[in-house]
Design a protein around this ligand. Sequence first.
Ligand code: SRM
Ligand code: SF4
Length: 649
Amino acid sequence: MAHSASSTITAAAPSKVEGIKERSNFLREPVASELLLDTNYFSEDAIQILKFHGSYQQDDRDQRVRGQEKKYSMMLRTRSPGGYIPPELYLTLDRLSGDYGNQTLRATTRQGWQLHGVLKKNLKATIAAIVKSMGSTLGACGDLNRNVMAPPAPFRNDPAYAYALDYANKIADLLTPQTGAYYEIWLDGEKAISAEEDPAVKAARQGAGPGKGSLKGSEVEPIYGTQYMPRKFKCAVTVPGDNSVDLFTQDLGLVVIVDGDGQLEGFNVYAGGGLGRTHNKEETFARAADPIGFVAAADVYDLVKAVVATQRDYGDRVNRRHARMKYLIHDWGVKKFREQVEKFFGKKLEPVRSLPPFKYEDFLGWHDQGDGHYFLGISIRNGRVHDVGDLKLRSALREIVETFNLPMLLTPHQNVLFYDIKPGDRTKIDGILQKCGVATVAEIDPLERYAMACPALPTCGLAITESERALPGILERIRALTVKLGLGDEHFVVRMTGCPNGCARPYMAELGFVGSGPEAYQVWLGGSPNQTRLAKPFVQRLKDADIETFLEPMLVFFKRSRQTGESFGDFCDRVGFEALEEFSKTYPLGSGVVKASRPNRTAKAGSATRHRIGVRDDLYGDLQAIAAERGVSITSLVNEAVAALLQKQ
Ligand code: SRM
Ligand code: SF4
C-alpha cells in the first residue's frame, strides 16, 4: 500500500483537543463543574476530558427522533490489566448494569468490561461503586496508555505467563495518570485502597535511573505533562508463541524472554502497530508493528518511558488522524525511531531474540492450570453478557461468582476465564452453565468461536452500520454456504466492525467486514489464522444481502485449490487478489457484475474490462437461474443477450 506522509502540516496549530487537555487542570475541568449541573449530557469539551476518566457520552441511536433531544447516556470501561477482575468487582459491575445500566455487560477486545446506558445523574455513584470494589475506570479511554493486555491463561507451571501478567500490571501502573482529579471528582477526594505499587515502578516514574531524560518535568504528571499523549497509546505483554493479544496491532508490544531456569531475562520489543483508518483517506492505514530490539528486564521501565516520550514529544499534535505512533514510525522509518528511543533510553537496544511461531490461543473450555486447580474459558458471543431467551449467561456468571467466589480473567477475544477452580467444583459449574443454556466449547460453531464484532449500533456514535447485531446471522449464512459447498465445518477467523476504526481488529482477520455504508461492508481478505499478517481490502462495498454471491466463488476456489491444511486466509494471500478476481469472474453464480450492488473492487481490479450496469431485481434473478442452468457466467450471458439485441453476433 502506498501511503503519503503528511509532515508538512506539523507546523500548523495544535488540534482543539490539545487546548482542552492543557486547560483541564490535569483532567478536572470542565467535568467537575458540569457534573454538578442538572443536565442529561456533557459539553463537547467535557466529553474529551471525561474519556480520561473511562467514560464516553453516547446516545441510543435506535431512538433518535429528528427535532428531539437525543437519549443521552454514558458508557463506562474498566481498566483491568491482563483482564483481571476480582469476584467482588464482577458482582458490583453486574449489579450496576442492572441498577444504572442497560442490563448488559460487555467484554471488550482489550480485556475490559463496559457498562452501557448509565445516565449522567448516576455516573458518580457508578464510578464510586467500581472503585470501592477494587476496580477502576481511570485511563480506560483518552489520550494516554490504555488497558495493558496480557495472555489470560493462568498457567502456574509456566513462569513466562506469570511474568507477562505481572509486567502488564507494572506497565499499567507506570503509565497511570497521577492527577488527583479522578478521586476528587468521583470519590470526593477519598483515595482508593489499591494494591501497593512496586517501588521500582514508582522510582521509574519519579525519574531515578538513566530514563530520567524521558520525563516531562511536571510534578503532577512526571511522564505525561499537561497535555498527556497526542493520541491513545496501547501496550501488550505476551509470551513466545502466544499471540492471543494480537501483538502486531499494539503501539508497543513486549514478549517475555526467560532463560532455561525460567528466570526472566528481558523482552523483545515491537512498536508501531495500530488499526484505525478512515475510508477513502489513503493517508490513514492499518499498520503491523515492527521488531525494535531486545531490552533486559532491569531496563524495561526506562525503555517503556523512552518509547512513550518519543511519541509524546514527536507524535503529531496537529492532525488527530495522523497522531498515533504508527504514523511517526511510518514517516521516520524504524531506524530513526529506534535512534530517538535510544536517546531517551540512554543506551543501545540489543537485537531481538529469535522466537517460535505464534499461535492464536483462546483458552476456551477446561484446562489444568498446573497447580492442582483448573481454569475454564467460557465463550461470550461478541462479548455481550445478558439474559435473553433461553440463554441466561448473565445469571450463570453471577451464580458462579456468588457460589464459588472465583476471580476471572477477560480474554482479548471478548470471552471470560474463571480460574483457581477446585477439581471437585467442576461438575457443579458445568451444571450451572447447562441450566442457564450456555454452550460448551464443543457445542459452539468454530466460525462463531473465533469471530468477533464491535458494538457498533445502537451505542457507538461512530458506527456506519451494524456489527454486533449483524454478525451472528451472517455467520449462520456463511456456515450454510460452507455446508452447501461441501466444506463442512471449515472455519476461519471472521471479524466485523461497523466502521473503519477497527475495534474488533478486522484488519488481522482471514475474512474482515468493515462497515462502509448502510448494510454494506468493505471486505478484507488474506490475514493469517494467527494474526501475524495484515489483511488487504478486496471489496469496497459489499451489501449484506450479497454476501453469499460474493463468498461462494471464493470458497469454491479455496476448496479446489488449497494446499493440504491451508487456511482460508493463507490461501487468499498465496493465490493473490488477481487470481481470486479472475476465478470469481468466470464462476457461474458469483459473477453478478451487472447487479447494481456488485462490489466495487480495489482500484485496479476489473475496471479495464468491466462496466457497471443496473438491472431490475427480477431480471437479475432470472439471469442467475439461466446462468446456473447453462453453467456459464452471468457476464457472458448478459454479453450474449446484449450483443444479440445490438445485432453484433
Ligand atoms: Fe475502539 C473508538 C469500542 C478496541 C480503535 N471504540 C471507540 C468508541 C469509544 C467510539 C467513540 O469514540 O465514540 C467505541 C465505543 C463503542 C461502544 O458503544 O461501546 C469503541 N474499542 C471499542 C471496544 C469496546 C470494541 C469491542 O468490541 O470490544 C474495545 C474497547 C477496548 C478496551 O477495553 O479498551 C475497542 N478500538 C479498539 C481496538 C482494538 C484494540 O485496541 O486492540 C482498536 C484498534 C486498534 C488501534 O487502536 O489501532 C480501536 N476505537 C478505535 C478508534 C480508532 C483509533 C485510531 O487510531 O484511529 C476509535 C476512534 C478514535 O479514537 O477516534 C475508537
Ligand atoms: Fe464504533 Fe467503529 Fe469501534 Fe465499531 S469499530 S465500536 S463502529 S468506533
